[in-house]
Design a protein around this ligand. Structure first.
Ligand code: GLY
Length: 609
């Protein structure tokens, strides 16, 4: 991807001689206004093709077909997300929530928050065991771990407001209904997941999940036709009746009945004795509404970065890390460092990585302290993205790793979330991330309705200082409160060239690793001239403030990691790869590239205009 025609947000590296000067330069730049304020409108070339990228070839094909038949990016994204609810049950969903960013070829970007909400009767004490300790099991796989699903309301709202009018909502549900009714061949990645002992134990506790994924006591097998008739009926009725059916009709009754029965199984007490306090109720479902919010917008190397606002931490952290890096003399460092024989994808200068890791530590520390649901807490967005914050963060970064080191257990990578990126031939883009939280969510399957429920309550800071499944800690800003949305890391993002036409549509699953994965691809394409495929394939690293450990995927040169250790970084090299970026880029002259991360099994499908 090339840099946009408008002035770059880059500072002259040669002038950066001291932290104080950095601060002056940054403030000056911001006082001058953003490039958008300064430049006249440029013509916006249209892309030469449309593109759908998702974690499932079957779902990508559904979206591509909608584009071919005259749908716009929103129609295609909605149909793809509904298909993922069928063919990608580990994360595609009706029982979870998500975020969608819409960036039209002309006009203002829009952002829809359909994140799950805490039930009205939820309290943090529901997640403590008999000794008063926070229980991972209660937070992740009990009926109280389930938050009010937002995906059905969100997908319906997207279509209603932004769809092309060439398709009814029922028509967008139809391909998913057919996939559920006719079935599809189970692939090896789903079977691998189902073989995991922990997951098996979780799913086996829910009678519906057990029958669905382990029919006759055995896991689904590779190539087996997976038919989901109950889900087909739910999707069909949802298509015809919309959210009324899900939030106030049969599905609502099925969800509340399932949760009460699960609570009974969980406590071993009869339904009459089981307190329903904290369970998602029919009233909670009736009360659910998605929220249109203003996306966050910033600038990086001539690109307008349009990204997710709270209740995700992803956008703030992404803009912070890009801004911190922007002030360091990356090019000079690159020139001074002979890459030697290392492949391009890992030939990043060690000092640049050091700045990057320290920048991430600053960003994730703020995440833990200040971020939460903006409808419940005042999130100091302006302060966290101010030139002063950026300058202070940069100034705090010396030649050695900061001392604040307390290694904790590394966070486990989850398969919990799924992202899709769509560009239509008119240049409109949708970046949509949706989640059940853990892989297969709470494992609780709604019998009769045919889908799994999320365990998003674990994304709250259920106890001060305690870490969640991702090793993330939080504060009061993300404490549990009735109706509140838990803090997320999902980072659906779109870059526009000089504020004009779409240049990149991107997102990923991976809990907090979403943020570092998305940032890595943006930094590599814009600062290191890598192609989108190279940047997505390149090995990643992850740092989230707590634990202090920075983890590197396999593939980084040992000498580079040793050099970082000498600076004081705690380095881990787990045998893991993370994030499954789904992205679309558009070159200056309209050539479109779609990349589905080779860490997963998805696909990018191009649609000619
Ligand atoms: N449940 C993962 C996230 O929202 O970040």
């Amino acid at each position: 991807m090339s840099e946009g025609a408008r002035p770059s947000g880059r500072l002259d590296p040669g002038r950066i001689v001291a932290g104080a000067l950095v601060a002056v330069l940054v403030c000056f730049q911001v006082n001058c206004g953003s490039p958008r304020d300064l430049e006249p409108e440029l013509p916006r070339p249209k892309p030469r093709s449309g593109m759908v990228v998702s974690e499932s070839p079957l779902a990508s094909e559904v979206g591509a077909r909608i584009l071919r038949e005259g749908g716009n990016a929103v129609d295609a994204a909605v149909a793809t997300a509904l298909a993922l609810a069928v063919v990608y049950p580990q994360a595609g969903n009706l029982g979870g929530g998500g975020f969608a960013l819409y960036v039209p070829h002309e006009g203002e970007p829009l952002f829809l928050d359909f994140r799950e909400r805490a039930p009205a009767t939820a309290t943090a004490d529901r997640f403590t065991d008999a000794e008063g300790k926070l229980s991972t099991e209660l937070a992740l796989s009990s009926p109280w771990s389930v938050a009010v699903p937002g995906s059905p309301a969100g997908l319906f709202e997207l279509h209603k407001r932004l769809g092309s009018n060439n398709f009814t909502f029922a028509a967008l549900c139809k391909p998913a209904v057919q996939l559920a009714r006719k079935g599809f061949a189970v692939d090896a990645s789903l079977v691998r997941l189902l073989a995991d002992d922990d997951l098996q134990a979780r799913l086996q506790r829910s009678p519906g999940a057990r029958d669905q994924f382990y029919p006759s006591g055995k896991s689904l097998a590779v190539g087996e036709r997976f038919v989901q008739e109950e889900l087909a009926v739910t999707l069909e009725m949802f298509g015809k009746q919309g959210p009324e059916f899900f939030y106030r009709g049969l599905t609502s009754r099925q969800i509340s009945a399932e949760l009460r029965q699960q609570a009974e199984l969980h406590t071993g007490k009869s339904v009459a004795d089981v307190s329903a306090r904290g369970l998602v109720s029919a009233l909670d479902l009736d009360d659910y509404l998605p929220v249109w919010r203003s996306p966050l917008r910033g600038w990086f190397r001539g690109m307008e970065v349009i990204t997710v606002p709270p209740p995700s931490s992803g956008g703030i952290a992404l803009l912070q890390i890009l801004a911190v890096l922007d002030g360091f003399p990356i090019e000079a460092e690159r020139r001074a460092t002979a890459p030697g024989s290392a492949p391009k994808s890992v030939a990043l200068p060690e000092r640049t990585l050091h700045w990057w890791i320290e920048g991430l530590r600053c960003a994730f520390a703020e995440r833990a302290l200040h971020l939460g649901d903006p409808d419940h807490v005042a999130v100091p967005i302006d302060r966290l993205l101010s030139p002063e914050w950026i300058a202070r963060a940069r100034v705090s970064i010396g030649e050695a790793a900061s001392a604040d080191i307390q290694a904790q257990a590394p966070a486990r990578e989850g398969q919990e979330t799924t992202h899709l990126s769509v560009l239509d031939g008119d240049g409109n883009a949708v970046s949509l991330t949706t989640t059940l939280n853990s892989s297969f969510g709470s494992g609780i399957f709604v019998r009769g309705a045919g889908f799994l429920l999320n365990n998003e309550m674990d994304d709250f800071a259920l106890e001060a200082g305690a870490s969640n499944q991702f090793g993330l800690v939080g504060s009061d800003a993300n404490s549990l409160a009735p109706g509140k949305r838990p803090l997320s890391s999902m980072t659906p993002t779109v870059l526009r060239r000089g504020g004009g036409s779409v240049a990149l549509v991107i997102g990923s699953p991976g809990g907090p690793r979403i943020i570092t994965s998305v940032a890595a691809v943006i930094v590599r394409t814009l600062l290191f001239d890598e192609t989108l495929s190279e940047a997505v394939a390149a090995p990643r690293f992850h740092q989230q403030w707590r634990p202090t450990l920075t983890e590197f995927e396999p593939g980084w040169p040992v000498e580079l990691l040793d050099a970082l250790r000498r600076r004081g970084h705690v380095i881990g090299t787990p045998d893991l790869r993370w994030g499954r970026v789904q992205a679309v880029s558009v070159s200056d002259d309209g050539i479109v590239e779609g990349v589905s991360d080779s860490r997963g099994t998805g696909s990018a499908i191009s649609v000619q205009r």
